[in-house]
Design a protein around this ligand. Structure first.
Ligand code: HEM
Ligand SMILES: *[C@@H]1O[C@H](CO)[C@@H](O)[C@H](O)[C@H]1NC(C)=O
Ligand SMILES: *[C@@H]1O[C@H](CO)[C@@H](O)[C@H](O)[C@H]1NC(C)=O
Length: 453
């Protein structure tokens, strides 16, 4: 099963004892690590997704200006309000495009993310449904955009005994949230290990990469390279790094594309959008200290004033997510390996894709076909959902949640493709054994549980 052991970037390990005693050496080693990168084997497109985006040339100020006043004024989250690893959901909640308490449902996601960002319903219906089953309560229809909340349960606080929904942060790890994020930590890394908090070193790395590639603005090509760099960094620094099929290959990369496609500012001069470092910092809750260093404040993500979302007839769709994720696999094949480190750094072992997909996918290059990518994601979600639900719910609550798989979850996967005769795939729990970072846990001494109460 683990016959195909694939190696990714093997970055030089510094002598760690020496490093611990001499912080400036640690910094130097860190810098070297950040600078080592794997170049794409085929260029990642300047305009990923459907070809129509590359030539889109219209702008309508009235429909594209996003309100940041009145009902949509920015208000910082209060005590008990949930915020988490997603810059977009946090910003939308801070501006009332989603529930300000961070407990969301299909209505608010499908309406709010269209109004605020131009994320098409084909995408939100799929993402919301998968997240509701993975991280929320399929019966109440609610999930937390941060850590666990009693408010997502159909049974209220008492329901925790029958089901303790994780939310997308902390114990939601490897369901929707994954390692090697744009700026969030790997949850089981030795340091910088909140999977909800953003770390300035990674945000600065992205901005520095943008300077070297474009002069400063953040583009899809910068983000694709950053994604590859972040995975190489995790392989070289996190003994517990793990990348499952959905959270690791599709979702994390999908978020990398969202950072440009949904956060760039549009105008008549730049109808395809521009993402300056300033706009990025506002959306990612960064300010500058007196030395001009980046400072992250948890949960203060903000839609800038005078910001114009993408045009309605140029929306980012589920098809765009599949196309760009497949384009990633063509440019950065090592990004598309399922697998992880086996307890030490630089021990990445790839899982045999043929084995976990019932022979449907046989190599990473199969994943550069967007049709196969869609079916691979659908297969992974259907394989994982029963065990994810089983980890969270008991008794009658488990029965009720499981009963909704055929009626609520499966129809929402239709947008991933029709996939005739798709064999059953394997769930993460069936291939996690060699990977300490792949073992699910519901409690333990882990980081980031206390964010926003
Ligand atoms: C139903 C819709 C959505 C869900 C369920 C969702 C969930 C998530 C999750 C779980 C992460 C963490 C991923 C990781 O570990 O790498 C994430 C990250 C991210 N999301 Fe979302 N998201 C949604 C919509 C959006 C939208 C609309 C935007 C942009 C407007 C967005 C932008 C981002 C960005 C930029 C990150 C990366 C943050 C970082 O690594 O610092 N997301 N999202
Ligand atoms: C529910 O899970 C959270 C962590 O996600 C934990 O803090 C809490 O104690 C759990 N509650 C119950 C009743 O198990
Ligand atoms: C977006 O672009 C327009 C046109 O260039 C500009 O007037 C506006 O200030 C920009 N918005 C932000 C937040 O940078």
């Amino acid at each position: 099963m683990f016959g195909k052991v694939l190696t990714t970037a093997l970055l030089l390990e510094g002598p760690s004892l020496l490093v611990a005693g001499f912080p400036h050496i640690a910094e130097m080693v860190e810098k070297q690590r950040l600078e080592s990168r794997i170049a794409p084997i085929a260029p990642f497109p300047e305009f990923p997704g459907a070809p129509s985006h590359a030539t889109y040339n219209s702008f309508d100020a009235a429909s594209q200006l996003v309100s940041t006043s009145g009902d949509h004024a920015w208000i910082a989250p209060g005590p008990g309000d949930k915020r988490g690893p997603c810059a977009g959901l946090n910003a939308a909640a801070n501006h009332g495009y989603l529930q300000r308490n961070g407990i969301v449902d299909s209505d608010s996601i499908n309406t709010g993310l269209w109004e605020a960002f131009g994320l098409d319903k084909t995408a939100t219906i799929f993402l919301e449904t998968a997240t509701r089953f993975f991280d929320g309560d399929p019966v109440s229809g609610k999930w937390s955009i941060g850590t666990h909340s009693d408010a997502t349960s159909s049974l209220g606080a008492l329901g925790n005994v029958l089901g303790n929904e994780t939310g997308i942060c902390a114990y939601g790890h490897l369901k929707t949230e994954g390692d090697a994020s744009i700026t969030r930590g790997d949850w089981l890394a030795p340091t910088m290990n909140s999977n909800c908090e953003s770390y300035p070193v990674f945000a600065q790395e992205l901005e520095d990469l943008a300077v070297s590639m474009t002069g400063g603005n953040i583009t899809p090509q910068v983000l694709a390279q950053h994604s590859s760099n972040r995975k190489a960094y995790s392989v070289a620094n996190n003994p517990n790094y793990f990348s499952p099929a959905y959270a690791g290959i599709a979702f994390t990369f999908g978020a990398h594309m969202f950072a440009y496609e949904l956060l760039a500012n549009h105008s008549a001069e730049d109808p395809r959008g521009v993402l300056t470092p300033e706009v990025f910092e506002s959306f990612f809750s960064y300010t500058r200290d007196s030395n001009n260093n980046m400072v992250f404040t948890f949960g203060h993500e903000r839609i800038p004033d005078n910001w114009y979302k993408r045009a309605d007839d140029d929306a980012w769709t589920l098809e765009d997510i599949l196309l760009s994720t497949a384009q990633q696999c063509a440019s950065y094949p090592s990004n598309c390996q399922v697998g992880g480190n086996t307890g030490t750094v630089n021990s990445f072992s790839g899982v045999d894709l043929g084995d976990i997909s019932g022979g449907f996918i046989n190599s990473v290059s199969d994943l550069s076909d967007p049709v196969r990518m869609g079916c691979f994601i659908s297969q992974a979600i259907q394989a994982d959902v029963p065990s994810f639900l089983d980890n969270v719910f008991n008794g009658a609550a488990l029965t009720a949640a499981t009963a909704l798989i055929p009626t609520d979850l499966v129809p929402a996967l239709a947008g991933l493709g029709s996939c005739p005769n798709l064999p059953a795939g394997k769930s993460v729990s069936e291939y996690s054994a060699p990977f300490p970072g792949a073992l699910f846990a519901n409690s333990g001494p882990r980081s980031g549980l206390d964010l926003n109460g």
